[in-house]
Design a binder for this molecule. Structure first.
Ligand SMILES: O=C(O)CCC(=O)C(=O)O
Ligand SMILES: [Fe+2]
Length: 364
């Protein structure tokens, strides 16, 4: 994701520090600044996921790999990618130690004093490092979150000055986790293609080799005041192909996914990945899969941390458009577009839900 490097964000307050002041953890309690408050609590309906249901479909990798159940599970996967754009992946085979080490180190990173975290601060003109993203004007509403964004693959594209050295195991944990998760993403892309009746290798080939993988860690502090008017992460779609998401405290709900005009609160299953389709996959699949709007809400008393791993096509990709494998007698539904331009537009603007994607749709 070369563009993340040329697209900076205006500097804003550190939200973790602000939250401590607003939550009464220091001598003088501060009011949550207006910039973090939406005008009203959203009028859109939220379907709560606390009755044991997790809202989005659950896909079992073991079933995908078992010849006995593979076709049925593949069809379920393709349907999840079309109708929800999201699913939870169970029996994914990534060792618990690998995900556990990553999450522990991420938690430890954010526990450090601000000064120490600032050693990894973003620099002007780039989104990599510790800071915020998508702040493009002084009067825009702000998200109640800090983030750490790292480009993790290809290895030569890493800028180590943004990679924390504390805790000491951080870099190693990210390296191991991102390599294993990348293999998992490739395997999933094969099943996703198969589920839509395309050649399994067709999608994988686009994302393999020198393809870009970026990791965004989101830190959402609690907010005791007016929690229903404070948003952790504005509604958006992911610009990549496929995102793999993990979160700490699986019992703290934060992620919400839009379907049929309603927000569905996702109840994260312990040990599962939350996987979603990004813009590039919607376009390449000619709309057989959907890049769905999602957002993160915050909790009044508990922090939440999520780690999103974005899988982009190869750096040298020039044009993105519907792939022949996914058209086959269907109408072409999206304009082909210059890939670098597409990324640039995404990373230099305010998050805008699905607007940037709708502009690429052809009249049918
Ligand atoms: O925190 C979450 O659950 C969502 C994160 C997300 O959507 C992102 O980083 O793109
Ligand atoms: Fe996202």
């Amino acid at each position: 994701m070369a563009e993340a490097r040329t697209a900076g964000s205006l500097p804003v307050a550190n939200v973790q520090v602000l939250a401590e002041a607003c939550n009464g953890e220091v001598d003088v309690q501060q009011q949550v600044p207006e910039k973090y408050l939406s005008k009203h609590p959203s009028s859109e309906e939220v379907v709560a996921g606390d009755d044991g249901a997790c809202a989005i479909p659950v896909i079992d990798l073991r079933k995908l790999q078992d010849p006995q159940s593979s076709s049925e599970e593949c069809a379920k996967l393709a349907s999840a990618c079309l109708n929800w754009g999201f699913f939870q992946l169970i029996n994914h085979g990534l060792p618990e130690e690998v995900t556990g080490n990553l999450m522990n180190d991420v938690v430890e990173f954010f526990k450090q004093p601000l000064q120490d975290k600032k050693e990894c601060s973003q620099q002007a003109g780039s989104l990599e490092g510790y800071g915020q993203a998508f702040v493009v004007s002084d009067d825009q509403k702000l998200d109640w979150a800090d983030m750490l964004y790292l480009q993790v693959h290809p290895t030569e594209s890493r800028t180590m000055r943004f990679w924390p050295t504390r805790p000491a195991s951080f870099r190693h944990s990210v390296h191991v986790y991102s390599s294993e998760a990348r293999q998992l993403a490739y395997r999933l892309l094969e099943f996703v293609a198969r589920g839509a009746g395309a050649e399994p290798a067709s999608l994988r080939a686009v994302f393999e080799g020198q393809a870009t993988q970026g990791m965004r860690v989101n830190y959402y502090p609690p907010c005791r005041q007016q929690a229903d008017r404070v948003l952790g992460l504005t509604a958006h779609t992911d610009p990549c192909g496929l995102t793999l998401l993990l979160q700490t405290n699986h019992d703290v709900q934060g992620l919400q996914v839009k379907k049929d005009g309603k927000w569905f609160a996702v109840k994260a299953l312990e040990g599962a990945f939350i996987v979603n389709v990004g813009d590039v996959l919607e376009i390449m699949s000619n709309g057989k899969f959907t890049s769905v709007e999602h957002r993160a809400v915050i909790h009044p008393t508990k922090e939440r941390i999520s780690v999103a791993l974005f899988h982009y096509p190869c750096q040298d990709m020039v044009v993105i458009g519907p792939q022949p494998e996914f058209i086959k007698g269907d109408k072409v539904r999206y304009k082909s577009t210059n890939y670098q331009e597409f990324l640039k537009q995404y990373f230099t603007a305010k998050l805008d839900g699905r607007m940037h994607l709708e502009r690429l749709k052809l009249e049918q």
